[in-house]
Write a protein of this length. Structure first.
Length: 80
């Protein structure tokens, strides 16, 4: 449902979300923040591996692979 706050890991391939403020102090989240995945940034899940781990995400012209448990630490507002 659009507008729902959920973990980044809950998005399916092709879905996007806006990073929410107050993200976890999880080390992976801190690395993503340092790369520019800041609150208000739109992020899209490009693909999810067949067993659900890892996820490939795209934001600001970057594509990264994330472990599912790392993506679960970042909250986003689902856009669709």
């Amino acid at each position: 449902m659009s507008g729902e706050i959920c973990p980044l890991a809950a998005l399916r391939a092709g879905q996007s979300g806006l990073v929410q403020p107050g993200c976890s102090e999880h080390p992976a989240v801190q690395r993503l923040l340092a790369l520019g995945l800041l609150p208000g940034t739109q992020v899209m899940v490009v693909r999810v591996a067949p067993l659900g781990d890892p996820l490939e995400i795209e934001f600001g012209g970057l594509r990264l692979s994330l472990r599912k448990n790392d993506a679960a630490a970042m909250q986003v507002m689902r856009l669709g």
